[in-house]
Design a protein around this ligand. Sequence first.
Ligand SMILES: Cc1cc2nc3c(=O)[nH]c(=O)nc-3n(C[C@H](O)[C@H](O)[C@H](O)COP(=O)(O)O)c2cc1C
Length: 357
Amino acid sequence: MTSTDHLQRYDRAQTYPWNYEHAPEYPPIVDVPDVPGEWSFCGLKVLSPLGIPAGPLLNGRWVLYYGALGFDVLTYKTVRSSSRECYPLPNLVPVNIDQIHGSEHSVAATDNMRGSWAVSFGMPSAEPDVWRRDIEWTRKRLPSEQVLSVSVVGTVQPGWSIEQLADDYALCARWAVESGADCIETNFSCPNVSTCDGQLYQQPESAAVVTERVRAAIGDTPYIIKIGHVTTEAQARDLLESVAPHIDAVAMTNSVAARVTTTDGTELFDGQPRGICGQSTLEASLAQVVLFRCVIDQLNKSISIIGVGGASTADDVRRYLNNGVVAIHMATAPMLDPLTGVKIRHEFAGGLLKGLR
Ligand SMILES: Cc1cc2nc3c(=O)[nH]c(=O)nc-3n(C[C@H](O)[C@H](O)[C@H](O)COP(=O)(O)O)c2cc1C
């Protein structure tokens, strides 16, 4: 299991459409060990707490690929109510930082991938007809015990009210459910889109409007909100109180925002911040999970937490579980090493989960 060279992965030197078209044709045949224990995800029975968040799964073929590689909750990359192009290359720029906390003025780009990168896609989307058909195609082929979650985002138009934006989120969510999505995730965080839809997690009243409309559109379908970096108890409390009546779970942390500079000091991305994802976000994401677990318990709400950010090993997964998450979703690590999930499961099969509190 040491060489993973034969396994296909996202090619960051190529464009987003290229990677969309060059999705793996067939899932790999890999021995995937069982994970001991009983697991559930927003009320759905699953075989492990391992999943892929919105990002690496550009279409159904990518979903089936990672579904065969040890991940049981597969999140379809964020889709919209109309098509949108991806930002130009580079979309993924490796950065040189051990742990990021959010107060850094900037982080340095590097040629050497050390586990973290700046992510700059701008949430592209295929036409709704295309993604709706693809979700239907995917759900039919995905094993029944695996969960297909679909991430959606509203696309704000000039002059729109929050109600109009909420309706746009709800439309996408309804379409996704009609196509067979088992869960809906609304992306409330994307630091590289400088419009109001990008930062709903920082606007509790608007977040309440959107979650209410989405809930009305999807009935009992499990509903997750994906949020960005939150560090204060007051912010966590305000957000949770606003959305609690409508959601089942909160997924965090989307990324930690920072500007990116080259070694000669030139600012990339026109000096605009980008989301930093990967290993360097592990401690900040875990701290946010601890904060939210505490606030959810204080408020006595039944909201699950999905741990996202920086996980790459069985030990990282165990740390997230010890802090009360129901699932751990990984993007960067399995994009770099498609056998990440299989390796973690081997460790769990060997007894690492016994370390759980
Ligand atoms: C290539 C890539 C694309 C992403 N696209 C999305 C997206 O469309 N929607 C979203 O909510 N998050 C997106 N993200 C963020 C991930 O869902 C996740 O929150 C982040 O990568 C942190 O996890 P990681 O440290 O395991 O990579 C993307 C991340 C990556 C690496």
